[in-house]
Design a protein around this ligand. Structure first.
Ligand code: TYM
Length: 332
């Protein structure tokens, strides 16, 4: 790989990506490919911290891989692979787990949320999930990690784990920096704009999926919860409108004052329609490209096989050094 800074990020294959995943993360991964060495991963091992139907997980993992390509991740520019194909993540995870404190993991808000949501399956994987996420990043010694705001706490923990390892065993890991966009880092639910937009939401109207068709997208935006003020301005307390403005800003590139000017004197109905249309136009090419890619399984297989080989080659060098530093006997 060229001598450039390294980017790592990943996404779980738990169904079609949401507009939140797209605006908060994936969309920002595309231009980085020209400036950095980029490594992107489908985090299927993270997905099984919540019970999954195996056949469905396999299908969702392939679809997520094709979807990242349809969004513009180019396997010729970036390393694009499936996490379970590259065993170095699990190997590093063990050493990192032994350098992660129970108290640190207990403080993770996502663990608290998910264990409340699935009280019958609070498994050890769900608890140690941030350590595997640290392994994903540290196995490549990544410099930057482009994510949405909800992953910030996990990233801070990854830095703490790296720092602890460096103190105990001598400087080795790069401390990864979060790379979080100002606009769109947290897209909210269309039905409850105080909650993050999430694919696990029970109300399908709360969430735009990036493969939704134009009519569905417009219908969901029309039903978006706003307020009774009939004023399109970005202001504290206007959660619904603020969310729509940040989505509109992210897909059109217009800033908030421009948007306020464009819709001055107009009603929420007009604004919602404009947001819906802009989003649908933005996503339309992804759907077309996805349909093409998902029907070419042989090409997908070739891409994820090569991606896994490249990721393994890169990370196994780092993980071997970590094993040596940890005091394990070298095998060669
Ligand atoms: P995941 O699969 O939940 O989400 C993937 C990316 O989408 C971002 N995101 C959002 N951004 C803005 N608004 C939203 N409503 C929204 N919902 C999701 C997330 O912040 C994330 O960037 N643990 C990770 C996957 C992962 C990972 C990693 C990420 C595994 N290993 C190593 C970075 C580095 C996760 O569950 O993301």
């Amino acid at each position: 790989m060229e001598d450039k800074k390294l980017i790592f990020s990943a996404i779980q294959p738990t169904g079609t990506f949401t507009l939140g995943n797209y605006i908060g993360a994936v969309r920002n991964w595309i231009p980085l490919q020209d400036e950095y060495n980029c490594i992107y991963c489908i985090a299927d091992m993270h997905a099984i911290t919540v019970r999954q139907e195996p056949a469905k997980l396999r299908q969702n993992t392939l679809a997520a891989y094709a979807l990242l390509m349809a969004c513009g991740i180019d396997p010729k520019k970036s390393i694009l692979f499936i996490q379970s194909h590259v065993n170095t993540h699990a190997l590093l995870n063990w050493v990192l787990c032994c350098n992660t404190q129970f108290g640190e993991l207990s403080r993770m808000t996502q663990f608290k949320d998910k264990s409340q949501k699935h009280p019958d399956d609070v498994n050890a994987g769900l608890f140690t999930y941030p350590s595997l996420m640290a392994a994903d990043i540290l196995a490549y010694n990544a410099d930057f990690v482009p994510v949405g705001v909800d992953q910030k706490q996990h990233l801070e923990l990854a830095r703490n784990i790296a720092q602890r390892f460096n103190q105990r065993y001598g400087d080795f890991f790069t401390l990864p920096e979060p790379y979080i966009m100002e606009v769109g880092a947290k897209i909210m639910s269309l039905q409850d704009p105080t909650k993050k937009m999430s694919k696990s939401d029970e109300n399908p109207n709360s969430c735009i999926l990036i493969l939704d068709d134009k009519d569905t997208i417009i219908r969901k935006f029309k039903r978006a919860v706003t307020d009774s003020e009939a004023e399109i301005v970005y202001r504290e307390g206007k959660d619904g409108i603020n969310n729509l403005m940040s989505i509109y800003s992210a897909v059109t590139g217009k800033d908030y004052p421009e948007i306020e000017k464009e819709f001055a004197g107009k009603g929420y109905g007009d604004f919602k329609l404009a947001v819906g249309e802009a989003v649908a136009d933005n996503l339309a090419p992804i759907r077309t490209e996805f349909d093409k890619l998902i029907s070419d399984k042989a090409y997908l297989k070739q891409c994820y096989t090569e991606g896994a080989q490249q990721a393994y080659r890169y990370s196994s060098r780092i993980v071997s050094k970590v094993y040596h530093k940890a005091g394990f006997v070298d095998i060669k």
